[in-house]
Design a protein around this ligand. Structure first.
Ligand code: DGL
Length: 259
């Protein structure tokens, strides 16, 4: 049986790559809902329809677990998904807690980069309220990073000016931790790190999500049975085009080196 990994686009491959490293004896279905990307710029109710469409498709394909490898989809729909499907469902949310734990004692701040919808959602606000007792957490939407990633544009000449413009209002020396709260953003982790002082730590939730999945499947005695095969889908259509598949493989290799 397969593990399904779902995102609006290629961002979930940051999570897929961590899972593959941790669980090499699994097969995967990777579903990118490219017909409806960007999720982060759409109303929650509209997104829920797309997410349920994608998950209906995946559960019809012999899967043993679903990883919602998208912070935006997790914040919009994870509770509803768990109510409606009986397979294990693992989500991802911005790693605010470890960030506050590491930056607060050093009297530093935390910058959370995510999509507009994630930062607007109640789930995020509840998380911050629970953890951020000294008001050190600041949000920053970065919608264009999703666009760059989807265009496979990893060129610093395009990315850096955008980052600089977005970061311009912040005193970067004050930030101890930067949270990449959108699965597309770790693709640019090295470029983002370069914008901050050396001591600033840039973190994301991909490894934690992979570990969570592993623990869940181990507890159910459902690990193994595969060899790392990935079948890719774009909004319900199998990706067969060699050029696209080669780009995906290159991205997974790049991520293997970054993460
Ligand atoms: N990759 C998604 C996330 O983790 C969102 C990208 C989008 O806006 O579709 O939030």
């Amino acid at each position: 049986m397969n593990i399904a990994v779902f995102d609006s686009g290629i961002g979930g491959m940051t999570v897929l790559q961590q899972i593959r490293k941790l669980m090499p004896n699994e097969d995967f279905l990777y579903y990118a809902d490219t017909a409806h990307i960007p999720y982060g710029e759409k109303p929650k109710n509209e997104l829920k329809t797309y997410i349920f469409e994608a998950v209906d498709f995946l559960v019809a394909h012999d899967i043993k677990a679903l990883v919602v490898a998208c912070n935006t989809a997790t914040s919009a729909a994870i509770e509803d998904l768990r109510k409606n499907y009986s397979i294990p469902i693992i989500g991802i949310e911005p790693a605010v807690k470890p960030a506050v734990i590491e930056s607060e004692p050093e009297k530093k701040k935390v910058l959370v980069m995510a999509t507009r919808l994630t930062l607007k959602e109640e789930k995020y606000h509840r998380l911050v309220e629970r953890i951020d007792k000294h008001d050190i957490v600041n949000p920053l939407p970065m919608p264009k990073l999703v666009e760059f990633a989807e265009a496979f544009d990893f060129n610093p000449d395009d990315i850096v000016p955008y980052l600089q413009k977005q970061l311009q209002p912040f005193d970067l020396n004050q930030y101890g931790t930067v949270v990449l709260g959108c699965t597309h953003f770790p693709i640019f982790k090295d470029i983002i790190e370069q914008q901050f002082p050396k001591e600033t730590h840039v973190i994301d939730g991909s490894l934690g999500t992979a570990q969570n999945l592993k623990r869940t499947l181990e507890a159910l005695h459902q690990t193994g049975g595969g060899n790392g095969k990935i079948t890719f889908f774009k909004s319900g259509v199998t990706v067969k085009d060699e050029e696209t598949l080669a780009l995906y493989e290159q991205l997974l290799e790049k991520l293997n080196a970054i993460l």
